[in-house]
Design a protein around this ligand. Structure first.
Ligand SMILES: Cc1cc2nc3c(=O)[nH]c(=O)nc-3n(C[C@H](O)[C@H](O)[C@H](O)COP(=O)(O)O)c2cc1C
Length: 404
């Protein structure tokens, strides 16, 4: 007998795993793959909630066919227009030309920019005040703007008591057999959630907070929470997923430090080691050191979202800051990371620019600078290495004050 991933009597999981793509959004590594989650509601009428990335559309369509055969899809609800979910809409509309498309006004603005115009009579424009009753299902819509993109909305289906949350509560990691959280070991998905949040949602903390407040004010207690990536959540795993999203969107961090250094010939690296020693000798146990030239940017961002202190060090390069350091600091600035402690150091051989340029970049981040920078020319002297250890110790002391 064929197996289908059924969540309730009328809701099927029809998402697709992608273990081929190497970089999500052409930017973020996928060592454990990713799932594009999509849901099919089969009642008196058929309702599809979100689609998949176009490269995986064939698998998605064959699953739809296996469930509904020749029945049409009557409605497509679009919670999120990012092409990893909306990429297959053009194809779906070709195959199901009568299908009505459900979205808010912003959704339709985006649909019009990506696809051939949808006839007016097939557009169902919804809002928080305009629920939708179709096919024996009762849908309510909760706008969640900028929980990644401006048009994002959550859809609540009350007869099944299921909430569809677009990218919110999503995580990297393909689904390896099981779909629902209670049927799998969640360690990997929670860990990947930090990386997913930092890279994908990280800039929009205040919007995530607003969406979480709205969700809690509605007093819903859904039996399933269905995001567009990663496991389907129940009361078994959802509290921890919610806690991670809440913590990260408040920029709440733990007592620890991330050292990012760039180094071509090892001199700046030696200073990074000294700073790490200073932190460790002062009692900080959570210390992560990344070489910006070789580290995965998603790992650096994840760790910056986890830990309170950031210490950066790089050499001067053609009268500028070593380019890989500029790149990662741009990524940090883009995410509007808040409430961090900062320290920095740099090097040169003839005219030190790195330590002059760094404050211009770091100023925009508005982090708390704990102590003066350390600058080296050529190789660090024993005194300069001691200053590096002191820099680490000063940051450790401030961390310990904050997390006493
Ligand atoms: C391509 C290149 C460009 C550099 N440009 C400058 C510069 O503009 N000003 C300067 O004082 N040093 C410059 N340096 C020297 C480095 O800043 C110096 O060698 C530093 O110690 C390198 O640190 P590292 O050993 O951690 O790589 C340059 C070095 C290289 C390889």
């Amino acid at each position: 007998m064929e197996y289908r991933n059924q969540i309730t009597d009328s809701i099927y999981y029809i998402g697709v795993n992608d273990r081929t793509k190497r970089l999500f959004e052409s930017s973020w590594s996928l060592p454990h793959g990713v799932s594009y989650n999509s849901y099919l509601l089969v009642g008196e009428q058929v309702v599809l909630i979100d689609g998949v990335e176009i490269g995986t559309a064939e698998k998605h369509l064959s699953e739809i066919k296996a469930i509904i055969g020749d029945r049409p899809i009557d409605y497509l609800i679009v919670n999120h227009m990012e092409p990893d979910h909306s990429g297959s809409i053009g194809l779906l509309r070709t195959l199901y030309p009568e299908m009505k498309v459900v979205g808010n006004t912003k959704t339709f603005g985006m649909l019009d920019s990506y696809f051939a115009p949808i006839p007016q009579e097939q557009r169902v424009v919804v809002s928080e005040k305009e629920p939708l009753e179709v096919g024996g299902f009762s849908f309510q819509f909760i706008m969640a703007p900028m929980v990644h993109w401006p048009e994002v909305m959550f859809t609540y289906e009350s007869s099944n008591n299921v909430l569809f949350t677009a990218d919110a509560f999503g995580t990297f990691g393909a689904l390896n057999g099981a779909i629902i959280d209670r049927d799998m070991n969640l360690d990997l998905y929670y860990e990947e959630m930090y990386r997913y949040y930092a890279c994908i949602v990280g800039k929009f903390g205040s919007f995530v907070q607003k969406a979480l407040e709205k969700y809690s004010s509605l007093g819903l207690s859904p039996q399933y929470i269905c995001p567009t990536h990663g496991p389907v959540w129940t009361e078994h795993g959802f509290p921890q997923a919610l806690a991670i999203y809440d913590q990260l969107s408040k920029y709440d961090t733990s007592c620890g430090a991330v050292i990012l250094y760039g180094s071509m010939y090892g001199h700046t690296e030696q200073m990074a080691e000294a700073v790490a020693q200073g932190l460790a000798q002062s009692g900080i146990k959570e210390i992560v050191v990344h070489n910006v030239s070789t580290a995965d940017p998603s790992h650096m961002l994840r760790d910056i979202f986890k830990y309170r202190a950031l210490i950066v060090g790089a050499p001067t390069y053609s009268n500028d800051l070593f380019p890989p350091m500029r790149e990662i600091l741009n990524k940090v600035a883009l995410r509007e990371v808040k409430h961090h402690l900062i320290g920095y150091f740099g090097g040169c051989t003839w005219a030190g620019k790195a330590v002059k340029i760094m404050p211009e970049i770091l100023e925009k981040l508005a982090f708390e600078q704990v102590t003066d920078p350390v600058e080296i020319k050529g190789a660090a002297t024993p005194e300069q290495l001691a200053q590096g250890r002191d820099l680490g110790a000063a940051i450790a002391q401030r961390l310990l004050e904050l997390y006493r």
